[in-house]
Design a protein around this ligand. Sequence first.
Ligand SMILES: [Zn+2]
Length: 82
Amino acid sequence: MSARAPEVRLTRTRRLLDAPPVKHVPGQLAVEVEPPLVEDAPPRVCQHGNPRCGAVPVRPYPCGLRCEEHQPARTRPYFRAA
Ligand SMILES: [Zn+2]
């Protein structure tokens, strides 16, 4: 092994990186892969009550998304906001 061996290997590797990607790799099946379906995120509306309040804008709380009126400080259990 000569002292220039690493340089030669690096040059070969760089040449491989510059080469265009191979169309078909022997032994591999060319399959068109569809992009994964993006699940619709739940709408960012107030999750207070049943039926839902549904107001916007909302802020995230440990109990979920709440609007200004239904934030935890105002809607404690068994407490009705006036
Ligand atoms: Zn609300």
